[in-house]
Design a protein around this ligand. Structure first.
Ligand code: SF4
Ligand code: SF4
Length: 391
């Protein structure tokens, strides 16, 4: 059986993705016992640590455990051998992202800072060249954004970007489904279970509720929710409603184009600064270790937000040169962030996490059905053996 194949290179391979100390782990299970999210059908982090220790590559690839961990750090503070199991789950998430990605770009970027920074610089350079070569006329006596960068041209570029990103992200999602649900689960046939658990997918995609359940830290959940909501709102405005959002009109403060933009911007600013300060202070367990990808995610988002704010200020101040220059800088930061980080980097977590909860719920649903059927079958069998009472 595939499950029994031991791969002696697995542990060394995983360690290249970050901290992964299992040498001292003696499988006491305290980490799984203290974890608020671990349950019988998904016993983590101990099970994942064990698979890695034993070199069981396929079972590790097929299980969803590391996505179900929301990194409260309780297991790390409890571990009697200080093996940092919470950070090991983080390392496994990077490793799994690389396993799902068929292009191999995730693996290269996680294993080499040169690749990650090079990919961002290459896309940024391409965007700078496109803007410098194809921008429209620069009106210099007042701001005319839509002459410098015609909205339908930018919107077409947006749409191409979305299609390309969706292709890469969805094809990686398909591989995640194949590994975890076909090779490691019930396959595609229990359509009733997939349908019944759609509510779980919607709930967790929209709320990220597990951040609150993880370590019972509801403050952390709200911070993440604010950041994610700001990001999704801004993404929707820019990709779906650019013709409405990128305008030369000066609207009053109460206009939805302004306050929606301000709310999303405030959420992004607060969320990114909060993450960066936490990582610099290293006060919380989850900030003790920081990989390059952990820094790039908030830094790029913060730069995108700050250049967006500057662009807005320059436009409202009526400074044409500053507005056009800041527009170009804004795109040179924002496009690589989306093109590189969303399908191949840490931002893919936003997709994989709720999907993992959904897939695990489907697995649990199928298991419950099987248990019910088995119980009903056993009941019928024992019922058929009941002595018939006469009289
Ligand atoms: S608590 Fe530490 S030593 Fe015990 S199983 Fe978990 S990681 Fe291993
Ligand atoms: S970090 Fe928190 S959620 Fe993750 S395995 Fe440890 S205790 Fe569980």
């Amino acid at each position: 059986m595939m499950e029994s194949i031991v791969d002696p290179t697995l542990l060394a391979e995983i360690r290249r993705y970050g901290h992964f100390d299992v040498d001292a782990c003696f499988n006491c299970g305290s980490c799984a016992a203290v974890c608020a999210l671990s349950k019988d059908s998904a016993l983590f982090p101990r099970r994942s640590m064990r698979f890695a220790q034993l070199g069981l590559r396929e079972p590790l690839k097929r299980n969803l455990d590391s996505w179900l961990c929301y990194y409260c750090g309780d297991c790390s503070t409890t571990c009697p051998r200080q093996t940092e199991p919470g950070e090991s789950m983080m390392t496994l998430r990077r490793w799994l992202t690389a396993q799902y990605d068929w292009t191999g770009l995730s693996r290269r970027m996680y294993l080499s800072p040169g690749w990650e920074l090079g990919a961002l610089a290459a896309v940024g350079g391409l965007v700078a060249w496109l803007i410098s070569s194809f921008h429209g006329p620069m009106v210099l006596d007042h701001v005319e954004m839509n002459t410098f960068a015609p909205v339908w041209t930018v919107h077409t570029f947006d749409m191409i970007l979305v299609v390309v990103l969706s292709f890469f992200l969805l094809s990686n999602v398909a591989r995640m489904w194949w590994f975890t649900m076909v090779q490691g689960g019930p396959g595609w046939r229990p359509l009733g279970a997939y349908a019944a658990e759609l509510k779980t997918l919607i709930l967790h995609s929209a709320t990220q509720l597990r951040f609150g359940e993880c370590g019972k830290d509801y403050g952390r959940w709200i911070k993440h929710w604010v950041l994610a909501t700001g990001y999704v709102t801004m993404f929707t405005l820019i990709v779906g409603f650019l013709w409405w959002f990128q305008t030369d009109n000066i609207y009053p403060l109460h206009h939805p184009q302004r306050w929606l933009g301000y709310l999303a911007t405030a959420a992004l600013l607060y969320g990114t600064v909060e993450i960066l300060v936490g990582r610099l202070r290293k006060g919380e367990q989850l900030h003790k270790f920081s990989d390059l990808s952990d820094w790039l995610f908030p830094i790029l988002l913060l730069l995108t937000t700050v250049t967006g704010i500057s662009l807005h200020i320059f436009r409202y101040a009526g400074w044409p040169q500053g507005t056009y220059a800041m527009y170009a800088i804004h795109l040179v930061v924002a496009v690589p962030m989306l093109a590189v980080e969303v399908p191949f980097g840490k931002w893919a977590h936003l997709t994989y996490r709720p999907l993992a909860i959904y897939f695990q719920a489907v697995k649990d649903n199928v298991l419950r059905r099987q248990l019910r059927e088995d119980a009903a079958g056993a009941g019928a069998e024992s019922g058929s053996r009941q002595p018939v009472q006469v009289g």
